[in-house]
Design a protein around this ligand. Structure first.
Ligand code: NAD
Length: 420
């Protein structure tokens, strides 16, 4: 059986890259574990007058290149291993984008759907009080992740400002515009993915105007990916799904109709005049571009052989397991890794932090232009590294190339700082 513990997966990936690039043993040892992990208990008065204690985590995986950076998840099945894995991926993501951050992540074990607004606000404030000494604009800058939104970030920033005694907008990113949020943050992840797709299609000589695209997930990432690939390239989105299943139309799906169905019935399943598919069938469609934008471990060694796309654009975190990696690579699928494709979110978070520190705010156009420049450079770095290894008779996947770049940047910084 394939190992699906997220932290073990990150360690396998690090080991694989370290072997290929002959990483120094000391650097490998430092990078195999987080630098710091914090576990906290958060007592919250609930609506029935009783106190409930929630468990939370914050991890700094590596801070050689700058403050830790990473989101906060509120999830009933949150574990320290998930947080550790995500903090490692944040380290590689920031390093690949070449922005001055390390990697961090946080989480609270809770079901936000069972909390009312007051309990949720108190949990956000309690979590920040508990981790207050561990974060800050020069130390560790949290942001939203699964089940946390700009509203939660506003409460958290407010509580951190209370702790330090002055407004500290740069302590948290992903905030609403009213409290120092950035223009362009809401669709930054999908927009970054689109810039990568544009470059990938150019390289593979695929005309995106004629391309057939399938997307798994109709949430923040998937829904904007649908809208933007149509608006920017005129592509034909033939299939999309959510947790209730997938819809398909050979002529192409209508974005407004899907949105309406989602609003009215809570799911795209209610959309009329389309064929129904399962999520498994969507993944196996014969398309030009497949965009997993839902949850992790969707393409595994069980179904990798049936994937039938030219470009696989990993907008979700961890949609492809290590076991599936080699199968996809050997099939010639151009699989672009998550920590390149979805780095638009952290890149625009970085812009938000820069704007907060300078108290000087940019237009949406400025944000998209700078995002394009950074993510396109990352894509080109990945292809260049792949080519360099190829010329030395080593065939590596774009994911391995991305790991090698990121790990080398972190290791070089640690070396020059005298950490090993
Ligand atoms: P979301 O909660 O807004 O949307 C998730 C979507 O996936 C929903 O439409 C849900 O119905 C669907 N889904 C859930 N289980 C499914 C299943 N088994 N099969 C098919 N669809 C399923 O989340 P999001 O913010 O869009 O994030 C999606 C992925 O993108 C996650 O892996 C997340 O970590 C990653 N990501 C998101 C951002 C961001 O800015 N939103 C940034 C970086 C990475």
């Amino acid at each position: 059986m394939e190992e699906l513990n997220p932290f073990k997966i990150t360690q396998q990936q690090l080991k694989k890259a370290a072997d290929i690039m002959n990483l120094d043993k000391e650097a490998y040892e430092i990078l195999s574990e987080p630098m710091r992990t914090l576990t906290v208990s958060i007592p919250i008065k609930m609506r029935d007058g009783k106190t409930k204690v929630f468990k939370g985590f914050r991890v700094h995986y590596n801070t050689a290149r700058g403050p830790a950076k990473g989101g906060i998840r509120f999830h009933p099945e949150e574990t320290i291993d998930t947080v550790k894995a995500l903090s490692a991926w944040m380290t590689w993501k920031s390093a690949l984008a070449n922005i001055p951050y390390g990697g961090g992540k946080g989480g609270v074990i809770c079901n936000p759907k069972e909390l009312n607004d007051t309990e949720l606000e108190n949990l956000c404030r309690g979590y920040i009080r508990a981790i207050g000494d561990f974060i800050g604009p020069k130390v560790d800058i949290p942001a939203p992740d699964v089940y946390t939104t700009p509203q939660e970030m506003a409460w958290m920033m407010d509580e951190y400002s209370n702790l330090v005694g002055h407004n500290e907008f740069g302590a948290i990113t992903g905030k609403p515009l009213e409290v120092g949020g950035s223009e362009g943050r809401f669709d930054s992840t999908a927009m970054g993915g689109m810039y990568v797709l544009r470059e990938a299609a150019k390289l593979k000589k695929i005309n995106l105007k004629k391309a057939r695209i399938a997307i798994q997930g109709f949430g923040n990432a998937g829904n904007f990916a649908f809208d933007l690939s149509k608006k920017l390239f005129g592509s034909n989105i033939v299939a999309i799904s959510d947790s209730s299943g997938a819809v398909y139309s050979e002529k192409g799906l209508d974005y407004q109709k899907l949105k309406k169905a989602k609003e009215e019935t809570g799911s795209i399943d209610g959309c009329k005049g389309v064929e129904k598919l399962t999520n498994e069938e969507l993944l196996e469609l014969d398309v030009d571009v497949l965009i997993p934008a839902a949850i992790e471990n969707q393409i595994t060694e069980k179904n990798a052989d049936k994937i039938n796309t030219k470009i696989l654009l990993e907008l979700a975190n961890g949609p492809v397991t290590p076991g599936a990696d080699d199968i996809l690579f050997n099939k010639g699928i151009f699989d672009l890794p998550d920590f390149l494709v979805n780095s638009g979110g952290v890149i625009v978070s970085y812009f938000e932090w820069v704007q907060n520190i300078q108290s000087f705010y940019w237009t949406q156009e400025d944000v998209y232009k700078r995002l394009d420049s950074i993510i396109t450079t990352s894509f080109k770095d990945v292809i260049k590294t792949q080519m360099e290894y190829k010329s030395n008779n080593k065939k590596i996947s774009p994911r391995m190339a991305a790991y090698i770049i990121a790990i080398k940047r972190v290791a070089d910084t640690m070396k020059v700082r005298g950490w090993y």
